[in-house]
Design a protein around this ligand. Structure first.
Ligand SMILES: C[S@@+](CC[C@H](N)C(=O)[O-])C[C@H]1O[C@@H](n2cnc3c(N)ncnc32)[C@H](O)[C@@H]1O
Length: 294
């Protein structure tokens, strides 16, 4: 099968705001297909370094040789919330977090992230640990499913969908993306171009991978490992994630309350119309970059 190529989003905006020292130490917390990592390496000099982190074992399997052989580059297969296990306090100049999943993961039916093609209902970023989406959906209580779809998916039909899931699984386990997507289509009317299963699939993926918990932890860890004046750039793809980032930069919901952040110029940046037309998946991206003040 030909794997979809992931196109990195808002590359110019990230580089312009994040890479302020050619000989700096940078961390790309979400290596994915390496798009941003490659561009950061082009911007730093021979004394600069880039350490990238990626949770998905499949994404780190075939790193292009140009990266593998670059002495300035290192790739760690781990979860980004462990950031402060790898760096000391105030050691890093710039950190990038590009949230969500890549097109390569989304478009691979075997990963179970998409309602567009049939595959096992898995959705784990690290396929070697944790429960699959099928494990969860076939065992969680109706109330738990309702809450996840409502809170993480902002899905207005959360109750109807949870009820239907519980009815169906009494007869047969729900094991595939097609079964879940068909079940939603049978009860939610398609009013816009958006597929009725979009919110549910996203909510379950976020729950299975504890994406909001991971985000909160990596932001805390970043505030510890960044040097004074160091920069943190976060790309979110929907309002729930962006709210966490925004509140963090405002100093709210934070453990390390002595650390402060200041936006560089703009509070947030959005992709240009040219980028959205060339890469429609970038349309919901929102980039926030702030510097640490000590
Ligand atoms: C939007 S993609 C990043 C794409 C990348 N910037 C590029 O240009 O190719 C997000 C990536 O972050 C990874 N990821 C998500 N949560 C993670 C976590 N907690 N720790 C490490 N990697 C994570 C996903 O597996 C995915 O590959």
């Amino acid at each position: 099968m030909i794997k979809a190529v992931h196109e990195a989003v808002m590359v110019d905006e990230v580089l312009e705001n994040l890479v302020f020292k050619e000989n700096g130490k940078y961390v790309d917390c979400t290596f994915g297909a390496g798009g941003h990592s490659r561009e950061i390496l082009k911007r730093i000099n021979a004394s600069g370094t880039l350490i990238s982190i990626e949770k998905d074992k499949e994404a780190v399997k075939n790193i292009p040789s140009e990266l593998d052989q670059d002495p300035r580059f290192n790739l760690i297969n781990d979860t980004f919330s462990n950031l402060n296990n790898f760096f000391k306090e105030r050691e890093v100049d710039g950190i990038l977090i590009d949230l969500g999943i890549s097109s390569t993961q989304l478009d691979d039916p075997d990963r179970g992230f998409s309602f567009q093609s049939n595959g096992p209902l898995d959705m784990r970023l690290d396929k070697t640990q944790g429960q699959t989406a099928a494990d969860w959906i076939n065992n969680a209580s109706k109330k738990e499913i309702e809450d996840v779809l409502w809170i993480l998916g902002q899905e207005r039909a959360s109750r109807k969908i949870a009820k239907k899931i519980c009815e169906i699984r009494e007869r047969k386990q729900i094991d595939s993306t097609k079964e879940l997507s068909d079940l939603i289509l049978s009860i939610v009317y398609k009013k816009t171009k958006k597929h009725p299963a979009t919110n549910t699939f996203r909510a379950i993926r976020m729950y299975i991978n504890d994406e909001l918990g991971e985000l909160q932890k990596v932001l805390e860890a970043a505030s510890y490992v960044l040097c004074c004046g160091g920069r943190l750039a976060v790309i979110s793809f929907h309002s729930i994630e962006d709210r966490v980032v925004k509140r963090f930069f405002q100093g709210k919901d934070r453990a390390a309350s002595n650390v402060k952040f200041r936006y560089l110029k703009d509070k947030f940046l959005k992709p240009t119309l040219e980028e959205i037309s060339a890469n429609p998946r970038s349309r919901s991206a929102i980039l926030r970059v702030a510097e640490k003040i000590c």
